[in-house]
Design a protein around this ligand. Structure first.
Ligand code: 4AD
Ligand code: MG
Length: 464
């Protein structure tokens, strides 16, 4: 791969055999031709210089176009210390050495200039060939791998919970129902694509103490925003013997800090120098990582404190239209203002009102009557808002059964299996879910999480 070649710059080979890739650009002069080749293995391209000696070589090289796939059988290595690239390949006999593998249509849409992301999103089969989106895919791969390593080293076991399920974890009415093509209820009862694997993770945590997964989750989101997908990937973890939401926030922060530290160590391979109009430059990305790695721990405030701060400032702040009210969920505008403007740091908001959150969260005993809160957190990032959310789970059978009744849930016993966990060696436990696309997009300095997944699905703009 081209990445291999770059790794050999300190001790280069004389001749290089079998290089494959796609032509990024061609420059044809009278006596020389230059090709720029990419293969997606890294953010570099490979420069190829071809001295032209014969007429038929000119004709051959004239047929080379951006987007074509080519193989180079044999080339000479040349150090080019005075240029941007440390080396290039020289081809003496192009007719012998270069073979065109696949040609392109005459209106191949990707050209050398930087296209806008809006335009690239309309080219789902080609867009990843650009340096920016190719780098974004490699960045995601790196981050996923690193997150797995971190969790494994913290004694979490990776598990694979089901994606087809009959239960609705969040109860927010965003389920996709699954039927056969002939509209049959295949399982004899309604089944859905999972919105969160948490309920199954809780089962596994009761055996493994600590477990995690990275799986697709599906939500029929009504909102068409730059932060919502109908199919997204969630990193979820669950751990036993934990009963304080502060410990959970420390786990999230520690995992993410270690990830970002690794990103800093590898920034030169991860982040391209190019800047697209709608994205952060490399320098701004590195500043963002530094902000996240501030030695001060990330802020932690309760929901009630957040409402106080917001009420105090809301006439001045840019969310006049969204009056903060105790008992109501925070709006995205509130979240972005708190993290981005007020604290200018990631912030954990803990202990939300019980009725803003899902049924499984543990109720705080200290709350005053009529103002019940739950032991939960949302992690907000500046300019992004919510990136992760989690809670301590209700581990007491009677409390949980009562809360489910209060919400009119489980009337036909469909969640009895979940309740019964509280009768078989129940322990205090908790966990969280983190949206991979939100994290990747934020760390890469991109503004739309649609770019952080290879093929985005949302109510508008889905491909086959
Ligand atoms: O806050 P959510 O809904 O929490 C849960 O589902 C819990 N059961 C997780 C747990 O405790 N195991 O979702 C978790 C995260 C959000 O913070 C957000 O980052 C992401 O998942 N997320 C989405 N990302 C992209 N598109 C969507 N439609 C998303 N909905 C949630
Ligand atoms: Mg949430």
């Amino acid at each position: 791969t081209i990445r291999d070649l770059y790794k050999r710059t300190a001790n280069p080979p004389r001749t290089v055999k079998n290089v494959n890739g796609w032509i990024r650009s061609v420059r044809l002069l009278k006596k020389m031709a230059f090709l720029d080749i990419q293969d997606g293995s890294c953010l570099h391209t490979l420069k190829v210089a071809i001295p032209i000696k014969k007429m038929d070589e000119t004709a051959f090289l004239k047929g080379m176009k951006t987007g074509q796939s080519i193989s180079i059988a044999c080339a000479q290595w040349q150090d080019t210390p005075q240029r941007e690239q440390p080396f290039e390949l020289k081809i003496e006999d192009p007719l012998e050495s270069i073979s065109i593998r696949g040609t392109v249509t005459h209106d191949y849409p990707l050209q050398k200039k930087n296209h806008s992301l809006l335009f690239l999103r309309s080219l789902p089969t080609l867009k990843h060939r650009t340096t920016y989106l190719g780098s974004l895919m490699r960045f995601r791969s790196f981050a996923e791998q690193r997150l797995m390593n971190i969790l494994q080293s913290d004694d979490f076991t990776k598990v694979s919970p089901p994606v087809l399920t009959s239960s609705d974890c969040e109860g927010a009415g965003e389920l996709f129902e699954v039927k056969t093509a002939s509209s049959k209820n295949y399982f004899g009862k309604p089944s859905y694509l999972t919105v969160s694997t948490q309920l199954h993770l809780e089962i596994l945590a009761m055996s493994l103490s600590r477990c995690y997964t990275l799986t697709p989750c599906f939500r029929a989101e009504r909102s068409d925003t730059n932060r919502h997908l109908s199919e997204f990937w969630m990193l979820e973890l669950e751990m036993c013997f934990i009963n304080d939401v502060r410990l959970l926030t420390m786990v999230v922060e520690s995992v993410l800090r270690r990830l970002i530290e690794s990103c800093c160590e590898r920034s030169s391979e991860l982040i391209p120098e190019i800047t697209l109009q709608e994205c952060l430059s490399k320098e701004e990305v590195l500043n963002r990582w530094n902000m996240l790695l501030n030695p001060e721990p990330w802020k932690v405030i309760t929901y009630t404190e957040a409402i106080d701060i917001l009420s105090d400032k809301h006439r001045m702040a840019p969310f006049e239209k969204y009056e903060p009210k105790w008992g109501e969920p925070l709006q995205t505008e509130h979240e972005k203002w708190l993290a981005g403007v007020h604290f200018q740091s990631p912030v954990f908001i803990t202990d939300y009102p019980r009725d803003c959150k899902a049924f499984y969260m543990k109720t705080n005993t200290s709350a005053s009557p009529g103002r019940e809160t739950v032991a939960c957190f949302d992690l907000l990032f500046p300019e992004m808002g919510e990136i992760a959310g989690g809670s301590i789970r209700e581990d007491n059978y009677n409390e949980l059964a009562q809360e489910m009744r209060r919400r009119g849930m489980n009337s036909s016993g469909e969640l009895d299996w979940y309740l019964s966990l509280r009768l078989e060696g129940s322990v205090p436990h908790g966990g969280f879910g983190l949206g991979m696309e939100r994290l990747i997009s934020y760390l890469f300095g991109n503004h739309n999480i649609r770019d952080a997944i290879a093929f985005h699905r949302s109510a508008t703009g889905t491909i086959d």
